[in-house]
Design a protein around this ligand. Structure first.
Ligand code: NAD
Length: 478
């Protein structure tokens, strides 16, 4: 089957059927900058059908029970494993990533974890007179809205957790990376009961219409702060539950007692994973002045060695996934250079097709430059010297963002104490960007509301019901 024929088969998943309505929007390959496929675009009527189907099946899906739901989620993961090459091929084209396979395997791992997860019941009291327990009930119809930077992993994590708790789902992927999501819908069509999982592709307006739909009871959103704020406003008007995983401007602080080359390599790999397009990438690096020059030199050597990749072939450097993101990162770089920053490596877009930029290490940066003050979400790392670690902590915390942060040191006790002073949802000593299905993850301040992962991540997709059971109808109330 040619690529064109493969994509022409894709459609929205609505009430167990693949639906194509003739309306489409173009999808670009970021490694060439050229359009390579048309993606189906859902109308408001199709969106309404999808939400209605999810609403109609909510009770029967919840009634299936935990074991039945786990079985379905396990079968979805197995189908993903079986067709992973096809999903990765599509995702690599639309996302431009060389690590598409890693994301898809992580997605399968998260689904399998959900398939084996028990939903806890909290026994608050159990005595002769009464028992008091807290159980987790489904919220109802969940809107799962996903971004372009990790479209498969984030989608699978949201869907698996929502379904596990007994919710039904309407998912809407980013318009930049909808094809792999629609291909997953095609895969799961005959595994999930009709209406339990629906997938509609379209732009930001379709996402806004989904959030506003009165049948939707929860919005699970991962994406930009601006969209998260709009969603919080409209979901707030009807008091829908929200889970918001938004942007970050993570700081890492390196103390003078580390082995510079080893730590430089680890930090480089985290900061430049997917060309910096990960929410919890290291986006500001504070280095003790005594090791500042060797650290910059080591990072610059790694950056110079990082070569661009094309459609998953050789090389490690991904393109920026979208044209607007490419233009924004170039603007942030220009802003820094115009105001006196120095590129120790990179500092330019690549002279080739596609949205590639050289891995860039910036020094002589100031706090008012966009590359320090904002989430750059690209292959630019500002490196800033400090003399006093208290000043570094204060600088790390001087941001509206609060996703994660890290301290790098051989003195683990001191590292743990310093890390606890970082104002963010996750802190690490000698690591960064840690995400796992059994561990809570999320942001403080404008980086989000609520947590995915772990017990807290289950609760995000549930309504807690407190149940009092008195063991005799003749009790005397005191
Ligand atoms: P985006 O906000 O532009 O879009 C994300 C999704 O929301 C898309 O599907 C889009 O169509 C939809 N959308 C946009 N406006 C909407 C609205 N008003 N109502 C409903 N839906 C709307 O984000 P993006 O550019 O795709 O993703 C990049 C951002 O995502 C970065 O800021 C990154 O840090 C963040 N992100 C955060 C995490 C996390 O876990 N905290 C993980 C990955 C990405």
């Amino acid at each position: 089957m040619t690529g064109g024929e493969r994509f022409a088969k894709l459609g929205h998943l609505i009430n167990g059927q693949i639906v194509r309505n003739g309306k489409t929007f173009p999808v670009n390959d970021p490694s060439t900058g050229k359009m390579f496929a048309d993606c189906p675009e859902a109308t408001d009527e199709l969106l309404a059908e999808a939400v209605d189907a999810a609403g109609r099946t909510a009770a029967s899906w919840a009634a299936l029970g935990l074991g039945g739901r786990q079985k379905v989620i396990g079968a979805m993961a197995a189908a993903l494993d079986q067709h992973i090459t096809d999903i990765v091929a599509i995702s690599t084209l639309e996302k431009g990533s060389v690590r598409g396979s890693a994301e898809a395997y992580a997605a399968s791992f998260f689904m399998k974890h959900a398939a084996g997860t028990e939903v806890p019941v909290d026994v608050v009291e159990d005595n002769e007179q009464r028992s008091v327990v807290v159980v987790r009930k489904p919220v109802g119809v969940v809107a799962a809205i996903t971004p372009w930077n990790a479209p498969i992993l984030i989608l699978c994590e949201k869907i698996a957790t929502a379904l596990l708790l007994g919710n039904t789902v309407v998912a809407k992927p980013s318009p930049f990376t909808s094809l792999a999501t629609l291909a997953l819908g095609e895969l799961w069509k005959d595994i999930v009961p009709p209406g339990v999982l629906n997938i509609v592709a379209g732009g930001d307006e379709l996402g806004a219409a989904l959030v506003n739909h009165p049948t939707v009871r929860m919005v699970s959103f991962t994406g930009s702060v601006a969209a998260g704020q709009q969603i919080a406003r409209s979901a707030g008007a009807s008091l829908k539950n929200i889970l918001l995983e938004l942007g970050g401007n993570d700081a890492a602080i390196v103390l003078p007692d580390v082995d510079v080359d080893t730590v430089a390599e680890q930090i480089f790999n985290i900061a430049f994973l997917m060309s910096g397009q990960t929410c919890a990438a290291i986006k500001r690096l504070y280095v003790h002045r005594s090791i500042f020059e060797p650290m910059v030199a080591a990072l610059a050597r790694l950056a110079e060695a990082d070569q661009p990749a094309r459609n998953g072939a050789d090389g490690a450097l991904d393109p920026l996934t979208t044209l607007p993101q490419y233009q924004r990162v170039r603007m942030i770089l220009d802003d820094a250079i115009e105001r006196g920053a120095h590129a120790a490596a990179g500092g330019h877009a690549l002279d080739r097709d596609g949205y590639f930029m050289a891995a860039t290490i910036l020094t002589d940066v100031t706090t008012d430059m966009k590359v320090v003050a904002e989430e750059q979400f690209g292959p630019l790392l500002p490196v800033i010297p400090f003399d006093d670690v208290d000043d570094a902590i204060a600088a790390a915390n001087a941001t509206e963002y609060g996703l994660s942060g890290s301290i790098w040191t051989s003195n683990i006790a001191m590292g743990a104490e310093l890390a606890s002073r970082l104002d963010c949802g996750t802190t690490c000593v000698n690591s960064h960007a840690e995400v796992a299905p059994h561990i809570p993850f999320g942001g403080t301040k404008i980086s989000g509301a609520g947590r995915t992962g772990g017990r807290q991540g289950l609760d995000a997709y549930a309504e807690l019901q407190t149940q009092y059971i008195y063991k005799s109808p003749e009790r005397v109330r005191t």
